[in-house]
Design a protein around this ligand. Sequence first.
Ligand code: ADP
Length: 667
Amino acid sequence: MSKQTLSFQAEVAQLLHLVTHSLYSNKEIFLRELVSNASDACDKLRFEAINDGGLYENDPELKVRVTFDKDAKTLTITDNGIGMSAQEAIDHLGTIAKSGTKDFVSKLSGDQKADSNLIGQFGVGFYSGFIVADKITVESRRAGMKETEGVRWVSGGSGDFEVETITRPARGTSVILHLREDALDYTQSWKVKGIIAKYSDHISLPIQMEKEEWKDGQLINPSDENGGRQPGAMVKTGEWETVNKANAIWARAKKDVTQEQYDDFYKQISHDFEAPLAHTHNRVEGSTEYTQLLYIPGKAPMDLYNREKSAGVKLYVKRVFIMDDAEALLPTYLRFVKGVVDSADLPLNVSRELLQESRDVKAIREGCTKRVLGMLEDLAKHDQLPAAATERAAKSSDGVTDVLSAEDKAEAEKNAGKYSKFYAEFGAVLKEGLGEDFGNKERLAKLLRFASSTTDTVSVSFADYKARMKEGQEAIYYITADTLAAAKNSPQLEVFKKKGIEVLLMTDRVDEWALNYLHDFDGTPLQSVAKGAVDLGKLQDEAEKKAAEEAAEAFKPLLAKLKEALKDKAEDVRVTTRLVDSPACLVVQDHGMSTQLARMLKQAGQAAPDVKPVLEVNAEHPLVKKLDGSVHFHDLAHILFDQALLAEGGLPADPAAYVKRVNALLA
Ligand code: ADP
């Protein structure tokens, strides 16, 4: 193939522009990304070579070499991994294949600051080279192909790139960065070494650099331009040294890994700039052996709600990388977890299909789920500062002795608020677990948090609620609505407010669905205040009960008329005690789908049963009292119904008719 010039896919051009313009403050990540690509390429070779040993071409020692040339102002990352054919270079370096990254690019706003925050959540990968280089040359040959089938790819990082066929005896890839003037630092060996140590210690391959030595004023290489005679200059010795620890972080003992190394590894695998909220690292022994290193991120990715999205756990078998995003290792509702599982038992050639059926994988999945839930429980436990810590702060000025050691206090402060942060980002996803993971339903229920009619922040657990229940209260009351305001001001809450009974406010889309799977908490039933007849049980005194019964009796004839007038809209009409200030509200039958969920399904274009709600009226309300004998009875009845619908965020089936009726009355 002779030299040809091709254009980047539009998204690549966009991404490149962003990379070169907004990642200045994080320049050094380019090395992390390129070394990681080189290491992936070696992993891929090792994997393909399981079935075809010839691919090693008598060079089985996989490694990455980083070299620089001060005169040419280049930094080169070379690997002897799988390499690329010419077509692969065109496909992989000219387009973005990964849908996540594509999505990401399509969401860019053009606002540099906002965009560069976003980019932290994605791997910019190969293109990050352009942060420090104004030209990149890639030379490569795929393992198993002929020497004459090498490829050279060159680009200045704007609209296009050149490719041509070259002869390249060495298998694998060299990425040659032609450094920008302001990035010449990266030809300093100490600097490059430092970055490799920071990001790449866990990479299980050796990353090598040429050893340098001080040669004060000695003649080293007379053919060099300066004769190698610069006093004090560092010169290359021709020997290679391995500059990373080259052992996988998860394979080390916990005590040999620092918090910083854990955090850096997380950043490497997640492409997140921020440290994770928590991690868990364990070697599990027993009928199946594996090591897990799992992290909880601090921020949700943009595609969190996409249940098709792959999980973030990488699978290794005996230190050999097998696959990214092994979704079989964790249930879908834990798809936000990032990390690594390294199994000692699975075969190296395991496929995704096999994973789904493997008993070892099932055990790993259960083990990982337990660990993640354990991590969350731990965060939840430490979410609030212990009383001792706050007490101390309040009293210390009076000379009261510390109730908490300074160390414990610092630890408590470090962990405080983490669970709230987690919950704000991932709480809604966690709830999916109620329907997905029956075995852990109880544990999950304990981890849930809600706002309530007495607490604005999403911080009330079922246990908190239970501890505050009124004497004689037999159920945990909750309401689902589209927004917090709609929930809080819902007419259905009136009698609960009057009696000072707390009601949990649920406003996540998933709530209604998830609560289908949770009927009680720790023996106390959950009761929607918008379903079924209101039954306050022992919370209602005898006098109230009697009054309600009498009202219902006296109202019978009127109810019959209302029922007749509204027979197309309402399943039933009845008198209620749940209302105080409002004339009417809508409820559904005990096991019916709530009107809110039905509305949501319809909005999402899904089939929803036509739920006919029950209209409940407040016999004490002046408007309701006025109904009897009114000449406008029919219009008033419809207005009553439509307003009840409006009050819960719905729309009358025929809004124009509603407006007409109201106007007629106003006039
Ligand atoms: P990612 O690595 O996240 O897929 P990149 O933009 O970094 O995205 O790289 C795109 C693709 O280019 C890789 O998936 C891989 O197929 C190919 N590639 C990049 N670097 C190398 C390399 N050193 N050796 C072989 N292939 C590579």
